[in-house]
Design a protein. Structure first.
Length: 632
């Protein structure tokens, strides 16, 4: 088996150890302070006006701040306004359905499934359905009064608007800060990818670069294609397009001169990344006359980036139409029954429905803590990750319940509740980047302080025992749902993704040899989806044995990226006979059949094309990878 793949996967994951691994991530001070203010300030205002209960309701809307990611401010304001409306609607529905049985459980499942689907289909970053579910469940636990539904939803929406305002403060000083930041990160990742050329880490660096390009695309394309774009929008789009071109040029470099010195070019790329967003941009990097063609091409691409960054090419009449796809490209595919997004949304909704029914049927006091715990655990994308979440949540909840019990023991009111909520939310955001388990105590304590302050206190002993029981039961339900419902979905879909990409590569190579125009976007999407499915399949179930397919998947991905590189650096088509085309078709048909039948491909002659020696080598690598993957 390919030794380089050992760094990209875990055959036998250490679930408990990974659950408590601390990540060396910088503390997000600004986000933590903003989050604390967004949640605590509404309570502070409510306390000063003599209506702490109104402030607590509005503080639920303060969780909207947690949905602010690295997107552009244009996209952020739209996203947060929609999230504010969604959380407010969830709070109002919870008030309307309080005290019902089947209706409350069914609507809870629908809210969770719909939010999970929309966030997944559109690739929106954030806590997904978590706080939609929390808003619905908390409001359903308040004294039943349907006439208060609109008023409570309005308070929640007001809190969401305030949180949105806090999340947009950076716009005052730096209107294009998110775009500048993501472009700098993208070009730094390109430099890292170039540095890994010729090393065992190059394959993983390719995938990480593709993911970074996707993140940059989601940030930069904040407006729909029908909106009029400003010069700044056009500039960032062109920088993103050049990042795509640079990635393909790096693949070309790795194919043509994998052992060439790349330190100076990688240094130039990092310097370029540092200069993006700054007022001063250096002149073009000099290109030596004897520079090899792949290295020359990289320098040319870097110099074009510098030209765009310095606004030397800002004439709109010279700008080419954007080659980038819409950020809503994946939405139309998400309704497919085979879509992992739809699968995950259905699973989430079903488990929430079951958890709510279970909690109500057995008469748990303030039963909403059970489905809320299930909702938190189910945010794991695989069985292994869900188990890690269950471990993290169970350990953190014990501490969080004790912390909340200690706070509520002193029966804080008014301003003191506001200060507690602010500090707990601040600590939550500071620590969640290091490890979810470190943040859970403050997440649990904050939610308990808000909800118990709304309802009125219980005895400390009963409160602690009840909440620990609820969280344990909810975590078990969430874990069981993950393990019982489509537990090996990704592993079962993986061969289908492999066949699809092999088919696309065969069609792509035929057109390449014929010198025809090719749209490589579909192949790029297929390569990313295949790798995502493989990563998820490794965690679907520890004994799924998806890792045995790595030699074939590695071969498929290498071939795909080299084909994209060959398309971008097109050469005059060489004469290809009908016999060679038929041999190529037979090869790809045999590769597809190998995946379909889960058997090694038949002994055939792998086609070779002297005009594309690296691609010919990758065809052989794919063939041997399939034989290795399916050997008995």
């Amino acid at each position: 088996m390919n030794k380089s793949s050992d760094q990209n996967r875990r055959t036998v994951p250490s679930v408990v150890k990974d659950a408590f691994r601390i990540h060396a991530t910088p503390f997000p001070w600004k986000k933590a302070i903003g989050s604390g203010i967004a949640s605590g300030f509404p309570v502070f205002v409510g306390a000063l006006s003599g209506h702490t209960d109104f402030g607590l309701t509005a503080s639920i809307g303060g969780f909207v701040f947690l949905y602010a990611g690295g997107e552009s401010y244009t996209k952020r304001i739209l996203k947060l306004l929609l999230v504010s409306m969604g959380i407010a609607a969830s709070f109002g529905l919870g008030t309307l359905l309080a005290g019902t049985f089947w209706s409350m459980a069914a609507v809870l499942g629908l809210i969770g499934a719909a939010a999970m689907f929309i966030f997944g289909a559109l690739g929106i970053q954030g806590p997904a359905p978590m706080f939609f579910v929390l808003a619905f469940l908390v409001s359903s636990g308040l004294p039943a009064d349907p006439s208060e539904a609109l008023f409570r939803a309005g308070l929640t929406f007001a809190g969401g608007l305030f949180a949105t305002g806090i999340a947009l403060i950076g716009w005052i000083n730096n209107r294009h800060g998110p775009e500048n930041t993501v472009m700098k990160r993208t070009y730094c990742q390109l430099a890292s990818c170039l540095s890994d050329v010729g090393t065992p880490d190059f394959h993983n660096a390719q995938h990480q670069t593709v993911l970074m390009l996707r993140t940059a695309r989601q940030t930069v394309l904040g407006k729909g294609s029908r909106w009029r774009k400003s010069p700044h929008d056009e500039r960032f789009i062109r920088l993103l397009e050049k990042a795509d071109d640079l990635f393909i040029s790096i693949i070309h470099f790795s194919a043509e001169t994998p052992n060439a010195d790349k330190a100076q070019i990688a240094k130039a790329l990092r310097q370029t990344a540092d200069m993006l967003g700054q007022s001063g941009v250096s002149d073009a990097f000099p290109i030596q006359e004897d520079e090899a063609e792949p290295a020359r091409k990289l320098y040319e691409e870097i110099n074009e980036v510098l030209s765009i960054a310095s606004r030397r090419n800002d004439d709109p009449s010279d700008a080419e139409p954007s080659r980038l796809p819409s950020s809503y490209y994946f939405l139309r595919n998400a309704f497919d029954w085979g879509s992992p997004v739809l699968n995950r949304a259905l699973k989430y909704g079903i488990v929430l429905f079951a958890a709510a029914l279970f909690a109500n049927a057995f008469g748990f006091h303030r039963s909403y803590w059970i489905p809320l715990s299930a909702a938190a655990v189910m945010l794991g994308t695989t069985v292994v990750f869900t188990l890690q979440r269950a471990i993290q949540r169970s350990a953190g909840t014990v501490i969080g319940v004790m912390l909340a019990g200690a706070i509520l023991f002193f029966k804080p009111s008014g301003v003191y509740i506001a200060l507690c909520i602010t500090m707990l939310q601040f600590l939550l955001e500071m620590l969640i980047v290091r490890n979810y388990a470190l943040a859970v105590p403050f997440l649990t304590a904050n939610a308990l302080v808000i909800t118990e302050s709304m309802h009125g206190g219980l005895g400390a002993g009963y409160f602690i025992a009840a909440r620990l029981t609820d969280v344990a039961v909810g975590s078990i339900i969430g874990l069981l749902g993950t393990m019982l419902l489509w537990r090996r979905f990704s592993a079962k879909r993986l061969p289908e993704y492999m066949r699809e990409v092999i088919r696309l590569e065969g069609q792509f190579m035929e057109k390449l040899l014929a010198g025809q125009q090719i749209d490589g976007h579909q192949l790029r999407v297929g390569l990313v989806r295949l790798r995502d499915a493989y990563d998820k399949a490794l965690g679907d179930f520890p004994k799924a044995k998806a890792d045995t397919l790595w030699p074939a998947i590695s071969g498929i991905q290498h071939l795909g990226y080299y084909l994209l590189s060959a398309q971008a650096h097109h050469r005059p088509p060489s004469p290809v006979s009908e016999e060679e085309i038929n041999q190529l078709r037979a090869f790809f048909e045999q590769a597809e059949q190998s995946v379909l039948m889960k058997m090694p491909p038949a002994v055939i002659e792998v086609p070779r094309f002297p005009y594309y020696p690296r691609i010919s080598g990758e065809l052989y690598t794919l063939y041997t990878g399939l034989r290795t993957a399916y050997e008995k």
